[in-house]
Design a protein around this ligand. Sequence first.
Ligand SMILES: [Mg+2]
Length: 389
Amino acid sequence: MKITEIEATPLRIPNVSSKANDGAQETIIVKIHTDAGITGIGEVDASPYMVKAVLEAPSSHNWSLSFEDLLIGENPLDVERLWDKMYQGTMYTGRRGLVIHAIGAVDFALWDIAGQALGRPVYELMGGPRREAVIPYASVHPAIATLPETERRTHELMERVLEMGYRAVKLQLVYGDIYTDADIVRLVRMARQTVGDQMTFMIDVGYRWTDSKAAIQTVRQLEDCNLYFVETPLRMDDLDGYARLAEAVTTRIAAAELLASRWEALDLMDRGKVDVIQPDVSRAGGLTECLRIAKLADDRGLLCIPHAWKSGLTVAAEIHLSAAACNVPLIEFMVPELWPSIIRSELVEPEFTPRNGVIDLPKASGLGVRLNEDIARKLAWPAAQKTAT
Ligand SMILES: [Mg+2]
């Protein structure tokens, strides 16, 4: 079997808001076609137009090769070898950021092809399932409003998540200077009271603090709330600040959603001393790289809990990662009922629906989802853009 074509299509909902804190307003679908008639699909959480440019740029020289030169004619079953070939062949322009994100989309698609070709779900090819079901944590974000209104919405969202049967929930408190640290403490206490003691409960404060002392003071005030982790308390490149915070509190400190490659993850684990590494399967370099990151975390006795805010295709990839790695106890799950984007809720078939708070492992071959081609056609950019204006 040989790779014959790489196809990259940006998708975009008609009314994208640049103010929305929402990763599912657009995506890019990458299809890898083969001469065996099998097509694999992948997705990236980065600007779809920039990723398309990366995937379609011609070769510049031997250290800046095109994806076409790197992949056409290759055996798609050589997934890990091809990851290394793409990394090595793009090192002049790549190594981090967009090029690693783009490699990740190709990597998803290669795993999908391998699974389909062998008639097995991807987690079986990644070392075999270590659990029968995966636990999604509901990721919720009360929109910015007055403080009493935010309190009301937070309470309401927590009650809904409880009613829906989730076993774990993350409250996103990404408010910058709008609320004080005391407001944040109050919101977290109220949310913990609403969900009760049994729920696994964590918060994401979206790079709130610029100095580690401020973060330490607030996280210490929240120690009795039994938070499973506090996500992205400090700016992403303040690795020494992360280390000071992680050493000063007992609550787990988590980060990594922005990272690309295991080398950035190693810096965050070894210098930043985080307790939970959170690579995004659609940003860090795909399933191959996330499995490597999970293993590096396991060597250090750390948890790996992937970040995800895209379509059901990324959810599928998270499920395979959690199934195959021993230290991935939870996956991030943007609850479709709470996020109106059609990309999040309908782009693939089947969409994964938790029952009793868990998602059973998919049994279908490959990633286990198909693209809803009608919706993909409708949202294809720039066509969708033209329709909207
Ligand atoms: Mg986050």
